[in-house]
Design a protein around this ligand. Structure first.
Ligand code: GDG
Length: 504
């Protein structure tokens, strides 16, 4: 099993005297001003959940948008603050955006154009030229910030996700001594889908400014190469995953992201989680109940209404479970400034109400819906209290919720119901794989989960835990960094001085 220490060694000895810089839209630690007090908030989402443990292991600098109301009050010179607060191990450097910039770049082009474009979830992308111009301008702001951060030092820059598709080309054009990699956390669609984007060529050109471009799975790397082939005039070597374009080459590879298996497994066993399980069981009336659960950012790609409808169908088909089973849907509301997300929230409220009023008996209701940003101890207690967990994404790059569930079940119990349209389904083959659009099959999968014998649950969970333990987050980070370094031999030179210092 690959460990945090292995990753630290790799960074220390392989990256030479290069600085390690991560760039993303979202920051891993946000500061909010609440009643005159500064409160630290860990934003929910897969990207930060995965990369914070990596940065804690490696050190370096993470550049991100300072979107918290209290962020300006905590930064020191150079807009930097060391994080995490209780064990500072890397520097967070924040850049500021105006409301208008955030609206056009983040809520606009990133999340109303690129996000729906890359997910087959049937929400139409909105291509607004004003948003696009702002997206370009904000990518330039990020580029200036990166160049200022590295000065004339050599650096390994790992750009994250779809908010910053133009950044790598801007960095390359600046001529700095940068080895540039990018990880795309969401799916990449087929060329037929992507070509509706009026700025397809600029986006592809931006991404091909990278030395290395990573996706979760083969299908997305293949789709990306097909899109480049159809849209630009590149030379592509599919056997080597290599695209030559404008005189330089970009390697395109799959890197299935993961979780910090050991730390989740340990956290799940803590006394704090035991206490929280007792509290929740009492507060929600879960004692003696069969419990199912889902945890998601409330997003239309996650298939949440589909799973609520499947619970309804299950109760229709199996009325013997009335009064005996509760499904808890937790998760934080996100991007609520966008119409499609407001509509989803309304639709979810209605669907939950409808199922609850149809099936409730006395004080018992089948669905408990908690659209709140819950603390991780509560989520962990829910995972442990549940007989099954549902991940029913309509389309998902990977889905970390599925892997977190597996990592937390140190008791080798619990059933995972998983959509085949997640990257995770390729690894977690012992889950009950079910199409979220097929309501009858979905309802039967819930029944199967509740009636599965203990020995089968155990065998399946042991298998999935071995997969997540082996392919953990540190292995993901190491593979990504190694691939980046190996493609850029000049980085390998060992340095006598401490390598990735966390600040400047
Ligand atoms: C993108 C890709 C890819 C959720 N609600 C709460 C909360 N969460 C945490 C979960 C998990 C994370 O948020 C969600 O991660 P996912 O991977 O499921 O999804 P996205 O945010 O869409 O992430 C995805 C990922 O990037 C990584 O590459 O897997 O495919 O879409 O960690 O536990 N955490 C807290 N409160 C909540 O209410 N604290």
């Amino acid at each position: 099993m690959y460990t945090k220490e292995d990753l630290q060694r790799l960074v220390r000895y392989q990256i030479g005297n290069h600085r390690l810089i991560i760039v993303s839209n979202r920051q891993p630690y946000q500061h909010q001003l609440v009643d005159g007090q500064i409160r630290m908030v860990i934003p929910s989402g897969g990207l930060t959940a995965a990369l914070d443990p990596m940065m804690q292991a490696c050190g370096g600098t993470w550049i991100a948008h300072g979107g918290g109301t209290g962020d300006r009050l905590v930064v020191e010179s150079g807009n930097r603050v060391m994080v995490p607060p209780d064990d500072p191990s890397y520097a967070l450097r924040l850049l500021w955006l105006t409301e208008e910039e955030e609206r056009g770049y983040y809520y606009g082009f990133s999340n109303q154009a690129l996000w729906p474009l890359c997910h087959n979830a049937y929400t139409e992308p909105v291509f607004d030229s004003g948003d696009w111009e702002t997206y370009r301008a904000v990518n330039q702001l990020f580029a200036r910030e990166v160049l200022d951060e590295i000065g004339d030092e050599p650096a390994v820059v790992l750009t994250q996700d779809y908010h910053l598709a133009l950044l790598p080309r801007l960095l390359r054009e600046a001529g700095a001594d940068i080895v540039s990699g990018q990880f795309w956390h969401i799916p990449w669609p087929t060329p037929e889908v992507f070509r509706i984007c009026p700025w397809q060529d600029e986006i592809l050109d931006g991404l091909l400014g990278n030395d290395l471009l990573g996706f979760h799975i083969d299908e997305h790397t293949g789709n990306f190469m097909d899109t480049v082939q159809a849209g630009l005039d590149p030379q592509i070597n599919r056997n080597f995953g290599l695209i030559n374009y404008r005189g330089t080459s970009t390697r395109v590879r799959p890197f299935p992201i993961s979780v910090d298996f050991e730390s989740i497994c340990q956290e799940a066993q803590s006394q704090e989680v035991e206490d929280e399980m007792e509290r929740l069981a009492e507060e929600m009336g879960l004692d003696g109940m069969l419990v199912g659960m889902g945890i998601d950012r409330i997003d239309y790609t996650k298939g949440i209404p589909h799973r609520i409808r499947a619970i309804g169908r299950f109760l229709e088909e199996h009325p013997e479970y009335l009064g005996r089973m509760v499904f808890v849907q937790a998760g934080v509301v996100s991007r609520s400034d966008i119409d499609a997300y407001q509509q989803l929230s309304e639709q979810l409220d209605e669907t939950v109400d409808e199922i609850n009023s149809r099936f409730s008996q006395g004080a018992w209701r089948p669905i408990i819906y908690l659209p709140n940003d819950l603390p991780s101890v509560t989520l962990m207690a829910l995972r442990r209290l549940s007989q099954f967990c549902v991940v029913s994404s309509l389309h998902d790059g990977m889905n970390l919720v599925a892997k977190e569930y597996v990592a937390s079940r140190f008791d080798e119990d619990g059933v995972l119901i998983l959509s085949p349209f997640t990257g995770a389904a390729l690894e977690l083959t012992e889950a009950l794989i079910v199409n979220p659009y097929a309501v009858e099959e979905f309802a039967e999968a819930i029944h199967d989960a509740l009636t599965m014998p203990r020995h089968e649950r155990r065998a399946r969970m042991i298998h999935m835990r071995a997969v997540v333990r082996e392919n953990n987050l540190y292995k993901w980070a190491a593979r990504l960094l190694l691939e980046l370094i190996q493609g850029a031999p000049r980085v390998g030179a060992k340095s006598e001085r401490p390598l990735l210092s966390s600040g400047r």
